[in-house]
Write a new protein. Structure first.
Length: 210
């Protein structure tokens, strides 16, 4: 369904609609990962070592609510604390989770890469989340990740460039705009392939100046 479509096209389409859904400051842990799905929003409360009991991170509760095709979106407020690693990766893959976006930290990235599970995070570090994190909510409220407000069920799309979030109510019109953008870009690229100068090829997109 998203063949030939990238985060740039999503961002351009949402610009046309007056929606800014481009996350900032997050990085994919591996190259070449593309994923998309509906957001399962997670809010974590962060503290220092010993702030909470080890059980309060409640990762099992998060995974028990994740469905195949979901993107788990975790708000830790950007704290350099790990919420994800090897065991959660294995469990998420078994459930068919599409990927993970974390405004916080992950670890065991060598294993995550080996398994091919798509993860985008603000930090990569070994500092454990147990006793430093407490689960606040799962799928119950909006969260803020990468500077973008994400509501439960919003559409998340990610590639090597980054992550974009499309509000549920704007999904259909966003895809409609993307179809128009892609058609114009395809015509532009055809012109370049034919040897047209950049400005001449740009006219196929309806642009007189670039």
């Amino acid at each position: 369904m998203f063949e030939g479509i990238d985060t740039g096209m999503f961002a351009d389409a949402m610009d046309i609609l007056g929606v800014d859904g481009s996350m900032e400051g997050l990085t994919p842990v591996a190259e070449g990962q593309r994923f998309h799905g509906r957001a399962l929003t997670v809010r974590m409360l962060a503290g220092t070592s010993g702030s909470f009991s080890a059980d309060e991170i409640a990762l099992g509760r998060i995974l028990s609510q994740a469905k195949a095709g979901d993107v788990i979106v975790v708000d830790i407020g950007g704290a350099p604390i790990t919420v994800w690693g090897e065991l959660t990766t294995i469990a998420a893959l078994a459930q068919g989770v599409s990927g993970l976006v974390v405004d916080g930290g992950v670890r065991d990235v060598d294993i995550i890469r080996r398994h091919g599970f798509p993860v985008v995070s603000r930090h990569v570090l070994p500092r454990a989340g147990k006793t430093r994190l407490r689960l606040g909510s799962v799928g119950e409220e909006p969260v803020t990740v990468g500077g973008v407000t994400v509501h439960p069920g919003d559409f998340v799309f990610s590639d090597d460039t980054g992550v974009v979030v499309v509000p549920q109510a704007r999904y259909d019109e966003t895809l409609s705009e993307i179809d128009k953008i892609k058609a114009k870009e395809d015509a532009f690229k055809e012109g370049l392939a034919e040897g047209l100068p950049y400005l001449e090829a740009a006219k196929r997109m309806g642009l007189t100046q670039v």
